[in-house]
Design a protein around this ligand. Structure first.
Ligand SMILES: Cc1cc2nc3c(=O)[nH]c(=O)nc-3n(C[C@H](O)[C@H](O)[C@H](O)COP(=O)(O)OP(=O)(O)OC[C@H]3O[C@@H](n4cnc5c(N)ncnc54)[C@H](O)[C@@H]3O)c2cc1C
Length: 474
């Protein structure tokens, strides 16, 4: 097959009949028809259709695979991948954390570096070949439940298992029991990628594997939906892009040996993300997505300011420029990562990981400020947003008079301000903010790891030379 159509993807997800819990009930029937998931599944389906309809843009058409599974060997191939990522992200306003090119970036990088996996190399090769052939979509999970962060893998006081761990090994595979904290789009993807969570001393917590989302014993417990009961007028983002976030429960899940690519090896677990290029490729996808997202925010801010006729005020110009700067900074990071990328020991052209980590940390901090800017510009306009039904009622003439702008009708203005509200203030919008702050690690510990790895010696030497002092060895 090679590339899926949107319909292929929807049929596959429906056929899987994944175990998904929502509001105390197990979802029955086709998940693509459920009000909580229909919007996001349609949006993903549209992305797959884009690949079908625009092969020149999205992939090397001499090969028959989705760009997400192409292995870049040169800088130009990497840039082509970046362009395709931005294309998909622009279609989805940068709102999809688990757009199908995200986790597949990790699968692609691990497969390109599959010699890293030693005795499990063939498993990784097979997992990749199948994913590429069937154009699978993945979610992933690498965080344990928050019972206590003093110990990273909480167990109950008795023998109860809480965090997912290996409880048995059989001839067929490893048996997993327990939970993982989170998987965005859990239950809505073909496959689940599981990576080691936390520090790496107890071998029963040291595993990496890929399994089908409908593997017996696997279930997904979703948070309440932000999409149910919405309309595209009232909730333009939640209705289309609410991905859902789920806890992942393993109840004696048998993971066949041929789906395991890491087990009990603490050295491999400690470096898997960097040695395979996986981390850089995940961050490359997200930085490109964030470029698309900031462009959307810029457009919304400018249109709101124009509709309120406030563009001449300096602080409005300064605020909008701040969004433009964030957009350009992210573009700069991505360009630098591409230009300073290198072919790794296994022939994969890996973007510069340090530049991308910085992009991630920068955006973690910048994003809440960008949403603030939108709300500060929109002001009461973000509250006076009557619904679609109001515009279809007898009060419509009054609304049309009161809510219009100088050059925009009331209905269009409300549509625009509803978009800004859904991006910043709705349940969907505030989840987006938390997502940007957390999805690759919390904003405290991740910059600390950057401090440790960033070379500060050259800068120190320059100061020492200026002051003509001898530096002590640390
Ligand atoms: C919307 C959303 C979607 C997500 N989707 C996914 C997904 O699809 N797949 C996935 O695997 N993960 C996902 N995550 C999880 C994400 O990776 C984590 O939120 C992130 O790594 C932080 O971990 P945590 O939430 O367990 O926070 P915790 O580690 O529990 O931290 C809680 C607080 O305690 C502080 N803290 C904890 N330990 C320390 C310490 N040792 N030193 C200093 N401070 C500490 C933290 O800074 C934070 O303030 C998602 C998260 C969100 C919010």
């Amino acid at each position: 097959m090679g590339t899926s159509s949107g319909k292929d993807y929807m049929n596959r997800i429906d056929a899987l009949q994944n175990v998904i819990w929502l509001n105390g009930e197990k979802i029955k029937g086709n998940v693509s028809e459920h009000a909580a998931f229909n919007g996001i599944i349609q949006s993903k389906a549209a992305l797959y259709d884009e690949v079908q309809h625009q092969p020149d843009l999205l992939m090397d058409h001499t090969k028959q695979f989705n760009f997400a599974y192409e292995i870049p060997r040169t800088k130009d191939e990497l840039k082509k991948r970046g362009k395709a990522i931005r294309h998909w992200a622009t279609k989805t306003a940068g709102m999809l954390g688990r757009s199908p090119d995200y986790v597949s970036s990790a699968i692609m990088a691990m497969a390109a570096s599959s010699t890293f996996f030693g005795t499990y190399q063939q498993n990784m090769d097979r997992i990749f070949a199948e994913a590429r052939e069937k154009d699978y979509t993945f979610t992933h999970t690498f965080i344990n439940p928050q019972v206590s962060r003093k110990f990273y893998w909480p167990d109950g006081d008795d023998e109860t298992v809480i965090a997912a761990k290996v409880i048995d090994e059989t001839e067929e595979g490893i048996v997993i029991q327990g939970a993982r904290m989170l998987a965005t789009q859990g239950g809505l993807t073909d496959q689940l990628l599981v990576l080691p969570a936390g520090s790496f001393t107890d071998p029963s917590y040291l595993f990496g594997f890929c399994i089908a989302s409908n593997t017996p014993g696997l279930s997904f417990v979703c948070r309440p939906s932000y999409a149910e009961g919405t309309t595209s007028f009232n909730d333009p983002l939640a209705s289309r892009f609410d991905e859902g976030d789920a806890m992942v429960m393993f109840d004696h899940v048998l993971v066949p040996w041929d789906r395991v690519f890491l087990y009990g090896d603490s050295d491999a677990a400690a470096v898997i993300k960097t040695e395979t290029g996986m981390e850089a490729f995940l961050l490359y996808q997200s930085a490109n997505r964030q470029i698309a997202k900031t462009e959307w925010m810029l457009g919304i801010a400018q249109l709101m300011a124009e509709s309120l006729v406030v563009t001449e005020y300096q602080h409005i110009q300064e605020k909008i420029s701040e969004i433009a700067m964030a957009h350009e900074i992210m573009k700069g990071f991505v360009l630098a990562a591409e230009e300073e990328g290198e072919v790794n020991a296994r022939g994969l052209f890996v973007p510069n990981g340090l530049k991308l980590k910085m992009a991630f940390h920068y955006f973690q901090k910048a994003y809440p400020r960008l949403t603030d800017i939108l709300t500060l510009i929109g002001a009461s306009g973000l509250i006076a947003i009557p619904s679609e039904k109001d515009f279809q009622s007898t009060i419509e003439p009054a609304l049309s008079l009161t809510l219009r702008g100088e050059k925009i009708t009331a209905e269009n203005k409300v549509k625009l301000f509803r978009l800004a509200w859904d991006l910043t203030m709705s349940a969907f919008g505030s989840r987006q903010t938390l997502y940007e702050q957390m999805f690759f690690g919390d904003p405290v510990r991740t910059p600390v790891s950057l401090y440790a790895s960033y070379d500060k010696e050259v800068a120190k030497e320059k100061i020492a030379s200026f002051l003509n002092i001898q530096l002590e060895e640390e």
